[in-house]
Write a protein that binds this ligand. Structure first.
Ligand code: DX5
Ligand code: ZN
Length: 232
């Protein structure tokens, strides 16, 4: 494998009654990052979890917690997530009146920062803020729900984002991660990696596994995702 790939389980599809165990088990199965979906019933039509849950899970793992804010506005809640132990905080440009200021706020609070692009949101928002960006997150579904189907147009957009990031890294030597979110599974992860993603959110594909108590129940699916990535 020429490139480092990261698997980021979205806990949105986990069993919330056993959230701590779910996180411990999925990381033990070889996943790299906890993807933490925050929805506010305003920017997206769903309501999920906030800083309280982030601080509750923080002591359970050393893994990166990647907070995906699907909220509007974003600034008020950013320091709360930093205090709750988030490592990366990303938000949608549509959720902030002042994108550069929100990115700076995330960095000032000691976290890595990123922008999230809905399927129809142009990548132009990156152009003047690359120096403040650590992660670009492309949505391959419309945000709000787990378990949706991968939108194939995301592959072309990934190639565009990869080119922008590579040009920037070439110039500055600074690394930016490219994450894909929505409808990722064993059947399409290799193709998504070939289009340029290096970090892969997987919700229903991972947590859709039979809900038994075997602590190794996620091993097979994480291994299958990695086996597909090894082909790239
Ligand atoms: C959707 C969320 C995703 C979602 C992914 O708004 O941002 O992270 O949970 O779930 P799957 O992998 O099931 O599409
Ligand atoms: Zn997400």
């Amino acid at each position: 494998m020429s490139k480092q790939f990261r698997i980021a389980p979205s806990i949105l599809s986990a069993d919330f009654a056993k959230l701590g165990q779910e996180i411990t088990d999925v990381i033990a199965s070889g996943a790299d990052i906890i993807h933490f979906d925050v929805m506010d019933n305003h920017y997206v039509p769903n309501l999920t979890i906030g800083p309280l849950v982030c601080s509750a899970i923080r002591p359970l793992t050393d893994a990166i917690i990647d907070v995906h804010l699907m909220v509007k506005p974003v600034d008020r809640i950013i320091p709360d997530f930093a205090k709750a132990g988030a490592n990366i905080i990303t938000f949608h440009p549509e959720g902030s009146e002042h994108i550069d200021r929100s990115l700076a706020l995330i960095k000032d609070n000691g976290c890595k920062a990123g922008l999230v692009f809905n399927p129809a949101t142009p990548l132009d928002y990156l152009d003047h803020v690359m120096d403040k960006i650590d992660m670009v997150l492309l949505m391959s579904v419309n945000p709000g729900f787990g378990g949706q189907k991968f939108i194939p147009q995301a592959l072309e957009k990934l190639k565009l984002a990869r080119a922008k990031i590579d040009a920037y890294t070439e110039k500055t030597g600074r690394e930016i991660w490219l994450e894909i979110d929505g409808g990722v599974n064993t059947a399409n992860i290799a193709e998504i990696a070939r289009a340029g993603a290096d970090t892969f959110v997987a919700g229903s594909a991972l947590f859709g596994a039979p809900k038994d108590t075997d602590p190794h129940r996620y091993d097979t699916i994480v291994a299958a995702l990695r086996a597909e990535l090894a082909k790239v």
